[in-house]
Design a protein around this ligand. Structure first.
Ligand code: SF4
Length: 774
């Protein structure tokens, strides 16, 4: 989670230089202190902090213990040269003339790192000075109140300061910030000036691209959300990034977030900015690529604190210089950040987290804005950033969001952890164990869905979490991975249990495996079905949103699943492709229904071979499962041994996949067997003769099983479209994605064979792209 930062310019700087001079650099008390008073090492020792709710409750408890005349949440402001500081003080006791800064914590107060304590004092003293100005005070008592959310006890550290002392302190921090403030003001003015003159990097827009760009621009100007279906080949990334950059000055946007499902999407986003930079040589906009800790850590064998990792040691002392170096880069991508980080000996991962606060465009995975602990969303809310969100390949959002808001607890893993758990935790964990065993025993079937989560189990889980939290706080260097894994899984589970509702299922799956001598393994799962409730607040926090993909039909499905704001506009962009480029055939004599599948092998094999022999080249045959794939491939090899084949493997590393793709060349020929919905069913680009045809031997319908049937029933209850929302729409979206691999440019030609009689049904055809014109 990022620290709260609040940088905002006082006004749109696309004005005359004289007027610009009148504007100040607006900053929150918290950010002022973090930028100027935070020193020392990174310290990510396991020191559990209170949750947001615990923090809010803690503040409430402390302030409600005060006298009736005690004042809370006092808005304060102050100025120094071109810096305007604002914030809200936690509390003030007019009788005692005492300003209070309240901090909640868990564990042992004495273990709080000194640099954290210094930072808290800095914040309290700045508020105290702003209070002196507002109330015309000559001196004030300043109290730092530490509230332990577990024991409910307060520890007060009190000092009295004269207004002159506080003023000097305030001015000393602001003085340190003057150069930074100047630089930020100049950057924003320069950025907006450049953006207002920015030229589209190509001589002309492609078919459909202008319409797309205009719509994205308007959505940003009118503070709306947009769902865009646009086929490959129109230049969607540039068609969305460019208009948003153009809108930034007038819409007074602080940031654009370009969010992707896969790392290949991040590369597309970075390339769009590089293309703009290439044709506008002086163009400099701070563009940041966010990568995960796993992918950017330089010392995976170490922990993130000064005693363990050299890049954490003294991190905050070296951060300002690293920050300035990085912000001067043309592009803050992963490798550039690594270079700067190593030059300054700071952690690249935490450097990039800091840079997100000062960047204009941030490119990263969906989870940075949409998941439960999303740092870009938290930054947007805390700092009141005005952001525009772009969601690339948005058809992936439904599944990705479901996994963000689901949680699982395995009894086997819990039981193993319990057998080695510290003695101090045994008692509470044993009680949880008994409750879990009772749940297992009361369930007769192997899979069952419940309309509620056992209250007793939930309470015991909460008590266990609270005990483990305290234990971990007292043993900050503990490296018990089984305990930590259970703790994090249980935290997610307990958090989602609090908001359990119609949007999710709670189910228990019992396995045949036994745990120990007497118990049966089981998995408790909060399974999100409709992520709309969780995503809606995130979409609403943004100034505007644009979600785009080649497959967003029907739009009502995505509206319902994603919780898009009211009045979200749906735009179906005209395809740049000529129907003559693509021959679409339906094999009505084939049924891929599960029960009839064994009859389908031969006709599929003959049809694929016939097409290949008629027009040799590169083809992909998509099937619904690996078992089906194996059966069909064996038959194919027997009947047509002279036609080269390759097949997707169940497990393939990123390197294997890249190698697999490079073997599609302009001169290669053969049939590739792949699974629909797998790695080669979307987001691969095989233009020209690298791919001239696809066979889709499935409707892509998810397997009918107990879980999917439960989801279908829930969809039926909520939307009245259980089958469509669970099976049909997700299936057809995969089909259209896979078939979309064939035509990538306006010069491509190719063929698609849809191998199932159901493709002739009207309701199915309605879900296929209009330009296929079957
Ligand atoms: S380099 Fe790795 S271990 Fe060190 S602070 Fe960064 S993420 Fe943590």
């Amino acid at each position: 989670m990022i620290a709260g930062r609040h940088i905002k310019l006082a006004a749109n700087l696309a004005l005359s230089p004289d007027l610009k001079a009148a504007f100040k650099y607006v900053i929150s008390v918290r950010t002022l202190c973090e930028l100027t008073a935070k020193t020392g090492s990174l310290d990510q020792h396991f020191t559990p902090s209170p949750t947001a709710i615990e923090g809010m409750l803690g503040h409430y408890v402390v302030t409600s213990r005060r006298e009736h005349y005690y004042q809370t949440e006092i808005t304060l402001t102050g100025e120094y040269q071109n810096i305007f500081v604002r914030g809200r003080a936690d509390g003030y006791d007019p009788e005692l003339n005492q300003l209070e800064e309240i901090k909640t914590y868990k564990g042992v107060l004495e273990r709080m790192p000194d640099n954290h304590r210094q930072l808290h004092w800095a914040q309290a003293k700045i508020y105290a000075w702003l209070m002196c100005i507002e109330r015309d005070l000559e001196s004030i008592s300043v109290a730092l109140i530490y509230y332990n959310v577990t024991s409910k006890e307060e520890t007060s550290l009190i000092e009295v300061f004269s207004a002159i002392e506080l003023q000097k302190f305030f001015e000393s921090l602001c003085t340190k910030l003057l150069v930074w403030a100047e630089q930020e003001l100049a950057h924003r003015a320069n950025r907006n000036d450049q953006l207002s003159k920015l030229q589209f990097p190509h001589p002309e827009f492609r078919v459909g691209q202008r319409k797309l760009a205009e719509s994205v621009y308007k959505a940003a100007m009118q503070q709306r959300s947009l769902l865009v279906q646009a086929t490959t080949g129109i230049g969607k990334t540039l068609g969305t990034v460019f208009p948003l950059l153009k809108a930034m000055p007038e819409a007074k946007l602080d940031k654009v977030f370009f969010l992707t499902a896969k790392s290949s999407g991040r590369e597309l986003g970075l390339n769009a900015i590089r293309t703009i930079q290439f044709s506008n040589p002086k163009f400099h906009i701070r563009t940041l690529e966010l990568t995960s800790r796993e992918k950017s850590c330089e010392h995976p064998d170490k922990s993130c604190h000064g005693d363990s990792c050299p890049l954490a040691n003294g991190f905050y002392d070296r951060l300002p210089a690293a920050r300035i170096d990085a912000l001067g880069l043309k592009m803050m991508d992963k490798s550039a950040i690594r270079t700067v980080a190593l030059k300054h000996q700071v952690c690249p991962y935490y450097l990039s987290q800091d840079l997100a606060n000062w960047s204009d465009v941030v490119i990263g995975d969906y989870n940075y804005y949409f998941d439960l602990y999303a740092m870009l969303y938290a930054g947007t809310v805390l700092n009141e950033w005005k952001v525009s969100v772009l969601v690339d390949e948005a058809h992936n959002m439904v599944e990705r969001a479901r996994s963000m808001y689901s949680a699982e607890l395995s009894y086997g893993a819990f039981n193993e952890m319990l057998s080695h758990a510290p003695n101090a935790l045994k008692s509470v964990l044993q009680k949880l164990n008994s409750s879990w065993v009772a749940l297992n025993r009361s369930q007769q079937k192997s899979y069952e869905v419940y309309s509620y989560i056992s209250e007793e189990f939930e309470q015991l889980l909460q008590r266990s979490l609270s005990k483990i939290t305290d234990y971990l706080a007292e043993h900050p260097t503990l490296n018990d991975f089984k305990l930590l894994n259970f703790y994090f899984d249980a935290l997610q589970f307990a958090t989602l249990a609090e908001s359990f509702g119609e949007h999710s299922l709670f189910d228990i799956t019992k396995s045949d495996m036994s745990v120990g001598l007497f118990q049966q393994d089981s998995t408790l799962c909060i399974r999100n079905v409709i992520p709309a409730k969780f995503l809606n607040i995130r979409f609403k926090a943004a100034h505007s949103n644009t979600l785009f993909s080649a497959t967003l039909s029907p739009s009502t499905f995505f509206n319902d699943m994603l919780g898009l704001p009211d009045k979200t506009q749906f735009l179906d962009v005209e395809s740049p492709f000529d129907p003559k480029q693509l021959n679409v055939h339906v094999a009505r004599h084939i049924s891929t229904r599960f029960k009839e599948r064994h009859h389908s092998h031969e006709p599929i094999v003959h049809l694929v071979a016939k097409q290949f022999l008629q027009m040799p080249g590169n083809y992909i045959l998509f099937l619904s499962s690996f078992d089906y794939l194996n059966d069909v491939q064996i038959l194919f090899k027997n009947l047509y041994p002279n036609i080269p084949t390759r097949s997707q493997q169940r497990v393939m590393s990123e390197g294997d996949k890249d190698q697999f793709l490079t073997e599609f060349t302009l001169t290669s020929q053969g049939v590739v067997f792949a699974v629909l919905g797998g790695s080669f069913g979307e987001a691969i680009d095989l233009a020209g003769d690298r791919l001239i045809g696809a066979f889709i031997a499935t409707l892509g319908l998810p397997q009918v099983n107990e879980v999917n049937e439960e989801m279908r029933m829930r969809m039926e209850t909520v939307f009245g479209l259980g089958y469509e929302y669970t099976y049909l729409y997700p299936g057809l979206q995969k089909v259209v994605q896979a078939a979309g691999r064939v035509i990538r440019t306006t010069n491509d030609t190719g063929v698609i064979h849809l191998m199932d009689d159901r493709y002739k049904q009207k309701r199915i055809r309605k879900l296929l792209p209009k330009w296929w014109l079957m």
